[in-house]
Design a protein around this ligand. Structure first.
Ligand code: GRF
Length: 198
């Protein structure tokens, strides 16, 4: 199976995926790492690992759909079977989601449906939760919403600073994402309504 990782930022989840490819925990071919940001450190990590990279600038396209169509064209050309979002900071258009229905995964740094959005760890920390965590889910038309593949809990200790919690959440992500991707590759992710039967 061929897959693409789409990332906009640091790429620590990408790094964990590359590690899992090397150790054969993930048995698939990472064909391309795509970014909407030319300077994304994720692209640097990909290059270092010898993974092909691609970048398109959303500013050069008249609409979200036009941009997503260009990304789709690129993915189709690479023969991509499924897509892994790893800190990709753009909302995908319905056009994109339909083209890869139930074949797009995302990771989110909270136990969904709690704390959706871009500041999940901070909001969970400020809210004073005792347990938070990470979620890998399939992507549908609503943000941070699609059927859940896997979750892992992270305890918040009374003396955890925000930075300490952030570190723990990221460490949990780096464990959970390769596991969820390997489930998907092994055909273990079957969708029935909102439920994923693993
Ligand atoms: C992660 O916390 C992920 O859950 C969220 O964006 C962040 C990306 O981090 N969707 P990185 O670029 O993989 O380091």
């Amino acid at each position: 199976m061929n897959f693409a990782v789409m990332a906009s930022g640091n790429g620590t989840n990408l790094q964990a995926i590359i590690k899992a490819l090397k150790s054969k925990q993930i048995k698939a071919s990472l064909k391309v790492v795509f970014s909407d940001k030319a300077g994304a450190f994720a692209l640097e990590r990909a290059r270092k690992a010898g993974v092909p990279v691609a970048h398109l600038d959303p500013g050069q396209y008249p609409s979200r759909e036009a941009f997503d169509q260009a990304v789709l064209d690129l993915l189709k050309k690479e023969g991509i079977d499924f897509v892994v979002l790893a800190g990709y900071m753009r909302i995908l258009s319905p056009l994109f989601i339909e083209a890869y229905r139930n074949k797009i995964m995302n990771i989110h740094p909270s136990l969904l449906p709690a704390f959706k959005g871009a500041h999940a760890i901070k909001e969970a920390y400020d809210f004073g939760v005792k347990v938070t965590g990470v979620t890998v889910h399939l992507v549908d038309e609503d943000v941070d919403h699609g059927p859940i593949i896997a979750q892992a809990a992270v305890e918040v200790n009374p003396n955890d600073t925000f930075d300490m919690l952030t570190e723990k959440v990221h460490a949990a992500e780096h464990q959970l994402y390769p596991y969820a991707i390997s489930l998907f590759i092994r055909g273990r992710v079957k969708v029935s309504g909102r439920k994923v039967i693993v």
